[in-house]
Write a new protein. Sequence first.
Length: 302
Amino acid sequence: MSSYIKGVILVFIGSVAFAGKAVLVRYNYIHYHVDTVSLLALRMLFSAPFYAVILWYKQRQNPTNNPQLSFKQWVAMAGIGLVGYYLAAFFDFWGLNYVTASVERLILFIYPTLVVILSAIFFKKVITNIQYWALVITYVGVLGSFVPDLQLGMQKDLLIGSFLVFLSALTYALYLIGSGEMIPKIGSLRFTCYAMLISTVMVMIHFVLSKLPSLGSYQWQVYVLSVVMALFTTVIPSFMISDGIKRIGSSNASIIGSIGPVATIVMAYFFLDEAISIWQIAGTLVVLAGVLMISMKKNASK
């Protein structure tokens, strides 16, 4: 199996795992009424020890191959941590107060288009024909999956919520572009650990400034679900996607990540008893076709 195909598989599985986060968040909202900032803080707090231990082990295992970051690299990492796992998540959660999950997913998953366009503008990366077609196919599939549930006339504060979710898509696209530039310089594992730990600090600052109730005041089920969210929908997929980006590039990774909203539909059907329509099934097949196009692309640089 080539390195490129391995990268495709890593990004695909990582994106599906990340998609499970939405189901866990929704489950917490429905059954335990946890506020957005507190739930985000719990997720990051339970994730941080894994990243800290992994980073410490990596540094101790082979210190000569893990040189200290320069001041410029630290500044870049701070910016990536800010836009990645802090702002993107916060805008997404905030927007969900105003729009339904269907509208949120549809807007959020324009980020592959933003990655490709921003990469072409700022880094002069050529958009290949297969990327054009894969973008069209995947977004036709995503649109087809959610059209029956949009009901735009029934949305509360649609413009505000849509704008917030668009900001989430934009900040996540910036994160992916930054990761594509930084990972080759410092390594995917160190990059992921630094980005997540920096984001954790920012989330906790936000939580403290918000003056919310103590994080120890919830039912025990909230903490169990938060640990599951931290390990299986944050820690493990973050490493998979970072390594996948290293192998196939941020533009292709972002397109493959379009499987995320479809995966969320399927998981929501099984775990939240949400209805699934023929439109959603058809959209799933179309998105998978677009992902297959990317996986079959020959990596000319290998």
